[in-house]
Design a protein around this ligand. Structure first.
Ligand SMILES: Nc1nc2c(ncn2[C@@H]2O[C@H](COP(=O)(O)OP(=O)(O)OP(=O)(O)O)[C@@H](O)[C@H]2O)c(=O)[nH]1
Ligand SMILES: [Zn+2]
Ligand SMILES: [Zn+2]
Length: 266
């Protein structure tokens, strides 16, 4: 039930609006409502999703006006998003001005890990909801701008709440969505959570140092992901050993550089 995931609009677990311009597409079925108001619920969801998309477009205008590249990291819990950010800041923090918005159901822990690296970070806690939405990011972005260094960014990374379902259906206004799968999770995630892969630009396989201990055929996972979305850029890395990190860092550098060139031309 949507009620269980905190996602269903009329009984929403947190104080904001959803907004896809299409029907809710969780991998669960809605129970028929005894009072027959399913079509009303579909209509409400549709308009709420449309509202989110409108806010996401407005966020994108903010980001473009300020010349900031924005990434949205989505993955299952624990696949290595915060660790990836810590190592990215170590390698790129002196070259590119990075800011982070952390999304979690509870706790400030991830933002504290990022602040410990000397980078401005805002923690958004959803209080039960399984994803960030565009309204939260709008508030979080302005909150970040009030942090020391938060008003002068080249790159903003949003770490979404850990799950591969709802975050894939809510645009935040990001330029690039990055879906992470860690080696211990197994190679079947593209087939099981297709929306996360069809809506992303990058597929990042993490924790490759664990390949000797887990059955994760990288070619097979890559093939499945590309069959869903041939435009996906696929990278594999280990934050622990640094293997594959160079390609990730170069990808971030080139995103920021082309954004700076575009901003200079405008
Ligand atoms: N072996 C190995 N472990 C890693 C690597 N990257 C992260 N980890 C470990 O994986 C665990 C989860 O890492 P996090 O970075 O907190 O994962 P996350 O995706 O931010 O987790 P949530 O915010 O809870 O969704 C930690 O124990 C990390 O030390 C890696 O490259 N190799
Ligand atoms: Zn949800
Ligand atoms: Zn995290």
């Amino acid at each position: 039930m949507c009620d269980a995931c905190g996602c269903h609009a009329p009984t929403h677990g947190h104080n904001h609006q959803h907004g896809h311009d299409h029907a809710h597409d969780h991998d669960h079925q809605h129970e028929p409502r005894p009072n027959g108001n399913d079509s009303l619920i579909v209509d409400i969801n549709r308009s709420l999703f449309a509202a989110n998309d409108a806010l996401a477009r407005s966020n994108r205008e903010h980001f473009d006006t300020d010349g900031i590249v924005v990434l949205n990291l989505i993955s299952s819990p624990g696949s290595g998003k915060t660790t990836l950010l810590e190592h990215t800041i170590d390698r790129l923090g002196s070259e590119i001005r990075i800011g982070v918005i952390e999304g979690d159901i509870e706790t400030e822990r991830d933002a504290e890990r990022i602040r410990a690296k000397g980078v401005p970070a805002v923690q958004l806690t959803t209080g039960g909801a399984c994803h960030l939405d565009a309204a939260m990011i709008h508030r979080g972005f302005h909150q970040l701008q009030r942090e020391p260094g938060g008003d002068q960014l080249d790159l903003l990374v949003i770490e979404n709440v850990g799950n591969l379902v709802c975050p894939a259906t809510f645009s935040l206004g990001e330029h690039q969505r990055i879906v992470l799968v860690s080696v211990p999770e197994g190679p079947d995630k593209p087939a099981k959570y297709p929306k996360a892969f069809t809506s992303s630009q990058v597929f990042l396989i993490t924790k490759t140092d664990l390949l000797p201990y887990f059955d994760f055929p990288i070619e097979e996972a890559t093939r499945e992901a590309l069959s869903l979305n041939p435009a996906l850029q696929v990278m594999a890395l280990s934050a622990k050993t640094g293997d594959g990190f160079e390609a990730w860092i170069n990808y971030l550098r080139s995103l920021v550089k082309s954004n700076q060139e575009r901003t200079a031309r405008a």
